[in-house]
Design a binder for this molecule. Structure first.
Ligand code: GTP
Ligand code: MG
Length: 176
């Protein structure tokens, strides 16, 4: 089953995000050998379902505490995962730091600029199109508590997850 890791700084809305994407079948566990807990759930895909993990919040991939250590381990254990990186759009710099680290490690990333309502209230202007073209990944403004942007998030997940060797070869074939 294709795995999705929901990652981001602490308190950016990852769990509200997780609840919106997953159904009722949610499992809470402790990460082996630790007291750090995390939640796993499922999202319906077109042909197959996705497993989604609500990863403990982390500021970077250089862990400073046990929860961050678990977050990094989860990422390293799941080399073929797709990562939804959730950023607080009103504090974009801190979140971008983590997003860049994850992108650098070669994971496919969908970037969610959550708390878009808070950013708007603070009059923070973010050029989504520019961010998309610089990072070359899907960037979606979201408000997890209202559901704004989630249709696009789901579409981006499905699109990113469908890119495999077969699809690439088909594209390469088209160019020939
Ligand atoms: N205004 C606003 N509040 C939000 C949004 N998304 C989440 N919240 C609120 O932000 C707070 C934190 O949300 P959580 O989902 O618990 O954040 P988290 O990233 O899971 O936090 P940790 O698990 O502690 O790292 C909650 O009070 C949410 O209701 C949003 O888009 N806009
Ligand atoms: Mg949470």
């Amino acid at each position: 089953m294709k795995k999705i890791l929901l990652m981001g700084n602490p308190n950016v809305g990852k769990s509200v995000f997780f609840n919106r994407l997953t159904g009722a079948n949610v499992i809470e566990s402790n990460y082996p050998g630790t007291t750090v807990d995390y939640t796993k759930g499922y999202m319906k895909g077109n042909s197959e379902d996705f497993e989604i993990i609500d990863v403990p919040g982390t500021f970077s991939l250089e862990p400073k505490d046990k929860a961050e250590e678990v977050a990094v381990k989860m990422l390293e254990e799941k080399k073929d995962a797709l990562v939804i990186c959730v950023i607080d759009a009103s504090k974009i710099e801190r979140g971008l730091y983590l997003a860049l680290e994850i992108i650098e490690r070669g994971y496919p990333v969908v970037l969610a600029l959550n708390m878009w309502d808070v950013a708007e209230d603070k009059n923070i202007q973010i050029d989504i199109e520019k961010l998309k073209s610089i990072l070359n990944i899907p960037v979606v403004p979201t408000i997890a508590i209202s559901g704004k942007g989630f249709k696009e998030v789901v579409l981006s997940i499905k699109k990113a997850a469908s890119v495999g060797v077969k699809e690439i070869m088909e594209k390469v074939g088209e160019i020939k």
